[in-house]
Write a protein that binds this ligand. Structure first.
Ligand code: GAL
Length: 376
């Protein structure tokens, strides 16, 4: 992505970012699978924080407090040690996100260490404990499993380490356990809805064969991940809310992985052939895989089949521009990384978050052939 455009998008996102701190999703948390070795450290819980009812900085006192926070954050930037836990390095979107975080944090003078959770929550728990033992000033954590949120929050709270969670959103209730914790990310329902809208915007609203219904396959990410759940649900809901009849030919988990996307699409194209009018992929990497299968099967996107993803990876932007993907949805890694660092600096400056105000959202953006050049 060109720098100018990245900045424009990031700035637009930050405007939203400043305004949309709001409650987390209300999905019931899955049972916590807390490994025994994750027993909380002994330190006294940090109870001395200011009461957490800060409104946006409108008054002079609040402005002054914000300035103090900025000064403290700048001081921390001169030598702060930041630990970043990524759920796994081998993930296309999280690689973009990780690179953005690294550039921003190092650019601000922080010493930053990234750990690869290797898609293993027990491994990530150890990494979090190690960072705490090393005395990091703040943590940025992309949890491996949404169901581990309670465990992670209890651990960082006991250690009193300011923490920004990214990419996998816990519930508002879970986050309310610790007022030096905030989630920065996107509302995955929005991306699902936008995927559905990309299909609604086509000339036949997805009903290529004119039989009165849209027949689709759904290639899902990791189903434990709320992004996968919401994108699966809300992409189809956008169609049914518009009064369109739908038929799900298949739903398979592709775990965000290009090769799995390719395999699932290949098998389904062999099995269902021309019945498939739409392939929904929860992310772009799986969509690129599905595109390989579509092309191998002699099908042509936007003529006899539609294909949508999420993330706006560079490879997907190229395919949208070439007419080989119907569209994608920008998952703004740059905006989220900037938001996460901003939230971290606010925490380092002493800010605490009230219950119900611990989710900060960056907007998704629909990408079609009409506006794809703005993102390349
Ligand atoms: C999603 C993203 C996927 C994958 C996933 C990891 O937001 O769209 O490509 O990176 O996060 O949790």
């Amino acid at each position: 992505m060109k720098l100018k455009k990245v900045l424009a998008i990031a700035m637009a996102s930050m405007m939203v970012f400043g305004l949309t701190a709001c409650g987390g999703n209300d999905a019931a948390p899955a049972a916590t699978d807390a490994p025994a070795e994750e027993a909380p450290a002994e330190e006294a819980p940090a109870e001395e924080e200011a009461p957490a009812e800060e409104a946006p900085a409108e008054t002079e006192a609040e402005d002054a407090a914000a300035e103090d926070a900025d000064a403290a954050a700048e001081a921390a930037g001169a030598g702060g040690n930041i630990g970043v836990c990524i759920y796994k390095f081998d993930d296309a979107f999280m690689t973009t996100y990780r690179n953005a975080l690294q550039e921003i944090l190092e650019g601000k003078g922080y010493t930053v260490t990234f750990m690869d959770g290797k898609n293993d929550q027990a491994e990530q728990n150890n990494q979090i404990n190690n960072f705490i033992a090393q005395g990091v000033d703040a943590l940025i954590i992309n949890p491996v499993m949404t169901s581990a949120a309670d465990q992670i929050i209890a651990t960082v709270k006991d250690a009193g380490v300011p923490t920004v969670l990214i990419n996998r959103e816990p519930t508002a209730e879970q986050m309310s356990a610790y007022d030096k914790l905030v989630y920065v990310g996107c509302d995955a329902r929005q991306s699902g809805t936008m995927q559905g809208e990309l299909i609604l915007d086509t000339e036949n609203k997805g009903d290529i064969n004119g039989d009165g219904k849209v027949s689709y396959i759904m290639i899902q990410g990791d189903p434990e991940n709320v992004d996968a759940q919401y994108r699966t649900e809300f992409s189809v809901k956008a169609l049914t809310d518009a009064g369109i009849e739908v038929e799900e030919l298949d739903l398979q988990r592709g775990d965000w992985d290009r090769n799995k996307g390719q395999e699932i699409a290949q098998n389904d194209l062999a099995k269902f052939g021309d019945q498939i009018e739409v392939i929904f992929c929860n992310n772009d990497d799986m969509a690129i895989g599905a595109l390989q299968a579509i092309q191998a099967a002699g099908r042509k996107v936007n003529e006899d089949i539609y294909l949508v993803g999420v993330d706006a990876l560079d490879a997907a932007l190229n395919e949208v521009a070439a007419g080989n993907m119907t569209g994608t949805v920008l998952n703004d890694a740059q905006g989220q990384a900037e938001g996460a660092v901003q939230a971290m600096e606010d925490l380092l400056g002493g800010k605490t978050y009230a219950s119900g105000e611990q989710s900060i959202y960056v907007d998704y953006v629909k990408v079609t052939p009409d506006n794809v050049a703005d993102f390349q």
